[in-house]
Design a protein around this ligand. Sequence first.
Ligand code: GLN
Length: 192
Amino acid sequence: MKIGVLALQGAVAEHIRMLELAGASEARTVKKVDDLHDLDGLVIPGGESTTISKLMHKYGFMEEIRKFGLEQRPIFGTCAGAILLAKRINGQDDAHLQLMDIKVERNAYGRQKDSFEIKLPIAGVASDFPAVFIRAPYIMEISDRGQVLAKHEEKIVAAREGHYLAAAFHPELTEDYRFHKYFLEMVKEYRS
Ligand code: GLN
């Protein structure tokens, strides 16, 4: 199983480490569009979604990652990565990749809670997952095809829709690789 991590900005090395711990046979950085062609799955890390989006346009990733998703190859977006996957962003006319049928609200948590960690139950993953939120978004709307995996204070913070997986928090910033393992199971499912 070959998994790539989009390496334009954000916690790239941390995702690679977690994918390796979770059992990926190969996890590597994706710095140019050619790096996508033999991958079974892709992780889009957190960072700042408008910055990542600009870099994606600049290096030709927008169309290529869209194709990647439309070919049913799994994509896991964390924090800014989830915003990039979304079809709709609250208060913005245009979204980015527009692959996953969710609407997100950016920077959804108040100032005193800009950054925090909390244990959350995540369906199919863990009953006590350490979720690190950093200026995190949340998912306001999800389609009938989507599945809510986790909520925090009534807000959806993790979801899956077929081969798309989105988390509002940063699963790569802890020692817990169970969420990455869940993604690898998804990749396996779509590869066969
Ligand atoms: N606030 C960022 C954005 O809107 C996301 C934060 C993150 O990825 N930690 O892009």
